[in-house]
Design a protein around this ligand. Structure first.
Ligand SMILES: [Zn+2]
Length: 214
């Protein structure tokens, strides 16, 4: 079996998504571009607790199974569309994370309201109009509404988060949920919510000082 390490990384990522309350049961999915231009994707309707590397499906760009006995995620068409249109993206996550879905019900964008949002998502996050699930439309919307951000909220459905690596895409999804939570808390007060200015966003997004370990 090829890509054993990467398959385990996908499972670990899905479990992190579950641990952070972004998915429940078999909800959501994780997918990754391989060096040779195929894609590893989580299987359809299987819980993450008992998932093993063999359950991850290797597919080609057209969605044909290259290696694996499971049916791939039902969102495969949408995911392959994103990978095709966004060559800089190596990992795509899909979740039904509740705070983001709540924002999708009442807003058409999540404005830049915090430094965390700039650091992890880089720009405001758009809410794409409703499309049905398990359909290529989710992918088309994601590409159309991505802008400079590392995530798109899908109205009345969930989110797509993406990045160069699992770490980047997972951080985007987790901090999107945190920021949506903050936004909803602030909205509940009924007071006006200040957004960061373009100048503040650029200053925050400029590499400087240090953060993290050697
Ligand atoms: Zn979904």
């Amino acid at each position: 079996m090829r890509y054993e390490k990467e398959r385990q990384e996908l499972i670990d990522c899905a479990r992190e998504m579950e641990r952070h309350g972004l998915v429940t049961l078999s909800g959501g999915n994780v997918s990754m571009r391989t060096e040779e231009g195929n894609f590893l994707v989580t299987p359809s309707a299987m819980g993450y607790d008992t998932m093993v590397p063999e359950d991850i499906v290797l597919v080609d760009a057209e969605g044909n199974t290259v290696e694996g006995n499971r049916r791939p995620t039902s969102d495969l068409k949408a995911i392959l569309y994103i990978f095709a249109k966004m060559p800089q993206v190596n990992v795509v996550l899909h979740t039904h994370q509740p705070q983001a879905v709540a924002v999708s019900l009442i807003a058409d964008r999540l404005p830049v309201i915090s430094t965390t949002m700039v650091d992890e998502l880089h720009a405001e996050v758009q809410v794409a109009p409703f499309t049905i699930s398990s359909d290529e439309g989710m992918g088309v919307s994601t590409v159309e509404y991505a802008g400079k951000s590392l995530a798109v909220i899908l109205k009345q459905h969930g989110i797509m988060a993406y990045g160069k690596s699992i770490e980047q895409a997972l951080s985007a999804a987790i901090y999107l949920e945190e920021t949506c939570h903050v936004y909803l808390l602030a909205l509940a007060t009924g007071r006006e919510i200040p957004e960061l200015t373009q100048e503040q966003i650029e200053a925050e997004d400029t590499p400087r000082g240090y953060y993290g370990q050697y």
